[in-house]
Design a protein around this ligand. Sequence first.
Ligand code: IPM
Ligand code: MG
Length: 372
Amino acid sequence: MKTIKIAVLPGDGIGPEVCRQAVKVLEAVAERFDHHFDLQTYLMGACAIDATGNPLPDETLDACRAADAVLLGAIGDPKYDNDPSAKVRPEQGLLRLRKELGLFANIRPVAAYDVLLPHSPLKTERIKDTDMVIFRELTGGIYFGEKGRTADGEGAYDHCTYSRHEIRRIAHLAFQAAACRRQHLTLVDKANVLETSRLWREEVREMAHQYPEVTVDYLFVDNAAMQMILNPKQFDVVLTENMFGDIISDEASVIAGSMGLLPSASVGEEVALFEPIHGSYPQAKGKGIANPIAAILSVAMLLEHLELFSEAALVREAVDEALNNSVLTPELNPTAPYTTEEVGNYIAFWIADSNEKQWNRNNVEIGISTII
Ligand code: IPM
Ligand code: MG
């Protein structure tokens, strides 16, 4: 039996609690399919700064490089958010990890689940049947350009640069995804103002000839932000640069009903990394109210990346089961909420033995098998 090495970086805030459920799900998959996952945990983010002074210790980076995949919870801590003068920040660890591993494409699927339609603040008829995937460039643009303060200390700058190469490599992935989906790609940019955006448009227009089956649209980011709420069904594959992708994917999460549902995959040159799109949500830390589904669906994406398709399908099926039976955390089930751990247990038990369809709430609560 081949051992699959997975580096787990729980991170900060709710990261460790949602990661624990994701790991439980991987263990259930291992049991059900007779795999061996070697799951080792490493420090990254504010917890790594506290322990070592470095948000991305060498040990963590080396372990990620040596792994078949990386699973990440979330990073960030209010003590840094509220201190703009902090020189060392948890986010630096994540950005450096993305850069070091060459994770240039961040893939964020957004779908409206029928059972959750009433939970979105958006009208059902607008969002029903939405199914899109955002391809966000992850290692370039304003996030990684030169930044600093002007000599007189009166100003600051963040440079945004993109090379043709950086644009082409992610655009190819987005075109390929569109070709396998509804053959529609939307480039989101600000080409009426930004030179980098004009380069994106030039490259994508040129590449479109190689994908004649794919229809390409171009939208300015301000309009795209509006269209995302007004008529999200029009989107199939959305391709965009780093910062626009960060903003627009948080916006799109409203369609799904909760940010706690959205997973992501970051792929590129080396090992791939999987993480929920939500942040560390420090206010919820330790309360058992964090939704573990985004982390669990990140596991499904991880399994697909490793070409373990039946395994991934079963994880998705178990998540659907939780959604359909309202085994959900308070933001999606305010009247009879389940805890983070109960949702994780339910999904993991279902995977370990999905032949049995009946379950019992009392058993979910005490953490034993839900099968009666
Ligand atoms: C994300 C996050 C990160 C980003 C932060 C934590 C640096 O918001 O993954 O979307 O901006 O990329
Ligand atoms: Mg973000």
